[in-house]
Write a protein that binds this ligand. Structure first.
Ligand SMILES: Cc1ncc(COP(=O)(O)O)c(C=O)c1O
Length: 440
């Protein structure tokens, strides 16, 4: 039976976790800090649970320099997929509430029918949610928006497949994006596409604030499930950042959200929303209560039972990043992530007759390194994967304790996920094997 130190795990999520955090969590699962109780047994409203929650928020605020007067951190259930729906419902609701308030201010109190009529017309004429589809996860998110809201209100502002032979692997030039000029409920993108190995190199220029009135501002939503805490970001550029925990943060079962507080105040009265139907499907504007951002925020993430054990694992991971990187904060982790990715891509690029990296060089993910094994020089830039060599590569990797390297079932090939808990030593081991395999 191998020990943890003999295994280098490159799974895409659930992903490896720091052994020290797992060991401490294992103790806490049986007897938390000699209390005689498991963390899985205690109340989510107990002082112990509250302290774990406060510690998690503090550590995250430190790492990302979150301006806590303007932004809130929420923990909830539902994973990244839950947020595909929740971001639509909450932010479309907020858009409607802004329009309702404006109509009330301009038409006066007591003009309910006129207000309703005006907002209905504005929804039909102006409501849009914009999606940048750059991989399988943003595609899924846009499909969920269409299911909830109907296609009429969903604008796919860019779809990478259109400029890449029907496949993901590129991000179209920003000049080609067809963003709604102003007044969208939100603009959505996935910062790192886990399946396709595509990562935005930085914050998109065309989504930068224009410095205009609030109505002109874009509310940017980013799915950071698979590159959370792997590089410095400016939180102020985003309305909502979300991520499932099971890659860089902890174990599955909790989702983290960083949200601009001003969005939490914009909740339309349910009766107003009911009256808007059939102009807009209600499913697109009213979240189930457990996904209501304002409800979760008003209850400090404890509206319903939060899995405190899962949160504890995340808290330990966050605190270990704070103590490891000190004043460098998340930039410290970013430098290591870049270094590990460079090691692995370097080994792949050194053998172009053996390896073909799937995404375009300019958008290569530092977290999910997707490549094919080929059996000779490529013709016309078309890599022909060699199934037999890929199987041999995976078998050889397994023998060396390099696990979790099989590509996602929808795209095949090889995927080395290079999350924060993958040590430099293990990235080096993989790079060494890449060289050895190519030379054999
Ligand atoms: C980028 C991204 N978004 C969303 C999801 C969906 O997350 P969940 O399975 O937690 O719903 C995943 C899952 O791997 C992901 O990688």
């Amino acid at each position: 039976m191998p020990s943890r130190s003999e295994i280098a795990y490159f799974g895409a999520g659930p992903a490896p976790l720091p052994t020290a955090a797992l060991e401490k969590s294992a103790e806490a699962l049986v007897n938390f800090e000699d209390s005689g109780l498991s963390l899985a047994e205690i109340s989510h409203r107990s002082p112990t649970a509250n302290k774990i929650l406060a510690d998690a928020k503090d550590a995250l605020a430190t790492l990302y320099d979150i301006p806590t007067d303007e932004y809130d951190v929420l923990f909830l259930h539902g994973g990244g997929t839950g947020e595909f729906s929740a971001t639509v419902q909450n932010l479309v609701g907020a858009w409607i509430e802004k329009r309702r308030r404006k109509a009330v201010a301009e038409l006066g109190e007591g003009k309910d029918a006129e207000v309703l009529d005006r907002v209905r017309r504005e929804i039909e004429a102006e409501l849009k949610v914009d999606y940048l589809v750059t991989g399988s996860w943003s595609l899924k998110a846009s499909q969920e928006a269409t299911r909830l809201l109907s296609a009429k209100y969903v604008n796919v502002a860019a779809d990478s497949r259109k400029s890449n032979n029907g496949k993901f692997g590129k991000i179209p030039d920003e000049k080609e994006w067809k963003l709604t000029p102003k007044g969208t409920a939100f603009t959505y993108y996935c910062d790192n596409e886990t399946v396709d190995g595509v990562e935005f190199p930085g914050f998109p220029k065309s989504l930068e604030s224009t410095g205009g009135s609030e109505d002109d501002e874009r509310i940017v939503v980013a799915d950071m499930s698979s590159n959370f805490l792997s590089r410095k970001i400016d939180v102020r550029k985003f309305g909502v950042i979300f991520g499932g925990a099971q890659k860089n943060l902890g174990i599955t079962g909790i989702t983290v959200i960083i949200i601009r507080k001003s969005l939490l105040n914009l909740v339309p009265p349910p009766t107003f929303l009911h009256a808007l139907s059939p102009v807009i499907p209600l499913s697109g504007a009213i979240p189930p209560i457990v996904f209501s951002f304002s409800t979760i925020a008003a209850n400090n993430s404890l509206y319903n039972t939060l899995p405190i054990f899962n949160l504890y694992v995340a808290t330990l991971v966050l605190q270990s990043l704070v103590s490891t990187w000190g004043s460098q904060k998340v930039s410290g982790q970013e430098a290591i992530a870049d270094k590990k990715a460079a090691l692995i891509y370097g080994a792949l690029d050194a053998f172009p007759d053996t390896y073909h990296v799937v995404p375009n060089k300019s958008v290569r993910s530092r977290m999910n390194i997707c490549f094919r094994i080929i059996s000779g020089a490529q013709t016309n830039n078309e890599a022909v994967p060699d199934d037999g060599r890929e199987k041999a590569f995976l078998a050889g990797a397994e023998k060396r304790g390099l696990l979790g390297l099989k590509g996602h079932r929808s795209v095949g090939g090889i995927r080395a996920s290079n999350y924060n808990a993958v040590s430099e030593e293990n990235a080096q081991k993989l790079a060494g094997y890449l060289v050895e395999f190519a030379k054999a």
